[in-house]
Design a protein around this ligand. Structure first.
Ligand code: BGC
Length: 762
């Protein structure tokens, strides 16, 4: 755990340069706009430890897979969002010495991520080996207004000399992924071009054939010095030498654009790139910055959570919301949310169940309905591939198994215990449809998209179970639950329970679509060769006769068969030196132990909290939480929400702290790989669903708030069915306002809200 980020309500601040923290900071200070994003690498040269990262959403490469022992059914490749051309680079040379802060004395170093206005600023003073001193302030944004553009203002002030400085803004396409399996480079050169001070570089991904044209224009305030362009394979640059005066600032502006063949015909890319560059440079940096701030203020209006009386908690939650908002905007149904977003390469930028189980609630509550709908449509568009994926494993008749890890719908993961067995992900995709409809009321979604997905998923579960003559019940063998610290278990309670729910829910939705849209229903019956009576009867038979393990004496659900044969020793009795287990213990020892990576039975009790009473929840929580090591970032938030439900406020708060500053304080010692973007949605859930107890049932919004004693108050907005509702919880109770008349429930009591009036629920 680190503790170097300076607390501030709206800024993330680092003061002083510590090269050992640089990769962590590169992750934390990342910028993005949903279409592209990048780690906080430096503009000028840097020869120290760094993980270079520029990403263009949806542009990936199928890196040939690496496994120890090949198993039939493994995917051939692991798709990776690629490290793309570096558009931020600006080389600075003073008297033939390159400015590189790994090679010179650095003072006054400061990085600030301004989350309120959406930009990054870095300043420092450098004393070069040649004795020359310069002070630099670099301001950068990844525009959420002009979504293919970014801009940099790079201000240089010579402190102890007047003379020449050579400035070379460049685009470098000769880059690779740090996680490339065979040290292969994934981009090939297509073309380069120049037009005055503008330079363009077009690259194509090998195999997938995505083309991206990256262009840039630069200007230097008050300089008309000659510019020489350099164009070579995978590299374009413009060089100029400016005369600088001691104490006077010289400012370089660099406007850049990334346009991709996902959105333009390849032949049109250079023109499209030129157009974006012309537009943004005509606006100028200051206008771009002002527009960026205005657009961010609008985003914050819907999504902000205000915490009074605890600056670190405030900074933590805003950081999570900021990162989520710059990762996914819902403008393109081909895009999704990689666990690291635009902050690193780990997890390949691919889609996991994290999206449905964790991110969907965040976008439902903070963004227009369409944003979450796009996430659902993404999976609907990949249904054919999910059916193919199931077929590869031996399932048939339209059974769909969504991949554990995917970019285009094909499975990318290749550990048998996860690829073939961690099938609960299929249930999360069905649950997200249910959750979306419960929250928005948009049942039409079923008619056009949702039901087809639900049928495919229900068909899979029907084929994945088998009848056990010994038990006289259906069983589900050979699975991995969310607890990846145990594999190939039988009758994982969470997976079996979720499977039954999926079949019941699919049957319920069939009845709805059939009654309300008979024509669409008939089209679907034909398209999917659906035999309603036979299939739904079978689903019902399974869900009524499924084996769901329980220990009656303890009053708990059994995570899987024989769980109680394990030696049960609570985590707090483990020596601190043994943690984290995944770094300290052999895998064999982990598999045989009772330790749980993340919520498993408790994930089920979270999803279906209205189906279980509080006593059941308490017994399961008190049994499983003490065995849980929370070594997945997705774990603390679910436990915080359940603890809050059980009135265990201190526990809820402690879990909140762990999730909200996970990356800022580098809790798990892995932030240098990138931030835990998908679990950030869990932080939001902790406040909204945990502390404020928000639920939706019977089309109504409910709260059951408590105020953590460490805080004076907290407030947030929820977009619910056309109304923007604000709830502020403080020592006096809950203060509610709305921009549209509506009814909400607080601790079971109904309150009618009207615009312009604040209601206090005590
Ligand atoms: C977790 C999975 C999760 C993945 C990506 C793993 O460590 O166990 O549940 O989907 O990370 O976030």
């Amino acid at each position: 755990m680190k503790n170097y980020i300076i607390p501030h309500e709206w800024h993330i601040i680092e003061e002083g340069f510590d090269p050992h923290l640089n990769k962590i900071s590169e992750s934390i200070f990342s910028l993005g706009n949903g279409r592209m994003g990048q780690r906080a690498n430096f503009e000028e040269a840097y020869s120290g430890e760094t993980l270079q990262g520029n990403y263009v959403a949806g542009v990936y490469y199928p890196d040939k897979t690496r496994v120890g022992w090949w198993k039939n059914g493994y995917p051939e490749y692991f798709a990776k969002v690629l490290n793309a051309a570096n558009w931020i680079g600006i080389d600075i040379k003073i008297d033939d010495e390159v400015l590189d802060i790994a090679q010179c004395a650095v003072t006054n170093f400061k990085r600030v991520l301004n989350m309120h206005d959406g930009y990054l600023e870095r300043s420092f003073t450098a004393r070069l080996k040649n004795g020359k001193e310069v002070s630099i302030t670099a301001t950068r944004l990844c525009s959420i207004v002009d979504k293919e553009a970014g801009a940099i203002k790079y201000a240089i002030t010579p402190l102890n000399f007047s003379g020449d400085i050579t400035v070379t803004p460049y685009i470098d396409g000769d880059i690779s992924n740090a996680d490339s399996n065979y040290d292969e480079k994934f981009w090939e050169h297509v073309a380069h071009a120049e037009d005055g001070n503008d330079v363009y570089l077009t690259l194509r991904t090998k195999k997938t054939g995505f083309e991206v044209c990256t262009g840039s224009r630069f200007t230097i305030s008050g300089s008309s010095a000659k510019v020489i362009n350099t164009l070579r394979e995978k590299y374009v640059a413009s060089t100029t030498t400016v005369q600088v005066q001691q104490g006077q600032q010289t400012t370089v502006y660099k406007y850049a654009a990334n346009v991709s063949s996902q959105n333009y015909a390849p032949a049109n890319l250079p023109d499209a790139c030129k157009k974006v560059i012309a537009e943004v440079s005509a606006k100028g940096f200051d206008t771009m910055l002002a527009e960026q701030a205005a657009a961010w203020h609008k985003k914050w209006e819907h999504s902000d959570i205000v915490i009074e009386g605890d600056v670190k908690a405030q900074q933590g939650i805003r950081f999570n919301i900021f990162q989520l908002s710059q990762t996914y905007t819902g403008s393109d149904d081909r895009l999704n949310i990689g666990p690291k977003g635009f902050t690193g390469e780990k997890y390949g930028g691919s889609t996991y169940w994290d999206t449905e189980a964790y991110c969907v609630p965040f976008y439902l509550g903070t963004a227009p309905q369409q944003v979450t709908k796009q996430l659902l449509i993404y999976r609907w568009k990949q249904l054919d591939k999910a059916i193919e994926n199931a077929a590869k494993l031996g399932f048939d008749k339209g059974a769909a198994l969504y991949p554990m890890v995917t970019m285009n719908g094909e499975e990318c993961h290749n550990e048998w215990e996860i690829t073939f067995e961690e099938i609960h992900r299929n249930g999360a995709i069905a649950y997200a449809i249910f959750n979306y409809i419960r929250f928005t009321g948009d049942k039409d979604y079923l008619n056009d998209y949702g039901l087809e997905v639900l049928i495919g998923i229900a068909r899979f579960w029907k084929q994945r179970v088998n009848w056990s003559a010994a038990k006289n019940q259906y069983v589900m063998l050979g699975v991995t639950g969310p607890n990846e610290y145990e594999n190939n278990v039988n009758n994982n309670w969470y997976t079996s329970m979720l499977a039954c729910w999926c079949m019941d829910y699919a049957a319920e939705c069939i009845a709805y679509v059939k009654a309300t849209e008979p024509d669409k229903y008939m089209d679907l019956v034909i398209k999917t060769a659906f035999n309603e009576t036979e299939e739904t009867t079978y689903w019902k038979k399974i869900s009524n006769n499924m084996y769901l393990g329980e220990d009656k004496a303890k009053g708990i659900f059994l995570q899987q068969d024989n769980f109680l044969d394990k030696e049960i020793i609570p985590v707090h009795d483990l020596p601190a030196a043994d943690r984290p287990l995944n770094q300290k213990w052999s895998w064999d020892r982990i598999l045989r132990s009772c330790y749980i990576k993340q919520a498993d039975v408790l994930q089920g009790l979270y999803f279906f909290s209205d189906k279980f009473d509080l006593d059941t929840l308490r017994r399961n929580y008190e049994f499983y939480e003490p065995l849980t090591v929370h070594e997945s970032s997705l774990s603390p938030c679910i436990h915080a929400i359940l603890a809050a439900k059980l009135g265990m406020e201190e526990d809820a708060y402690n879990f909140y702290l762990r999730t909200s500053r996970l990356d800022l304080d580098d809790y798990n010692n892995d932030t240098e790989d990138g931030c835990h973007i998908t679990s950030m949605a869990g932080t939001w859930m902790t406040v909204v669903e945990g502390f404020a107890g928000m639920t939706v049932s019977n089309d109504q919004l409910h709260f059951k708030p408590f105020l953590p004693k460490q805080w004076k108050g907290y407030s947030f907005n929820i977009l619910f069915r056309g109304a923007l509702i604000n709830i502020k919880v403080d020592a006096n109770g809950s203060h509610l306002t709305t921009d549209k008349a509506c009814e909400v429930f607080v601790s079971g009591k109904a309150y009618k809200l009207t615009t312009g009036q604040t209601i206090l629920a005590e």
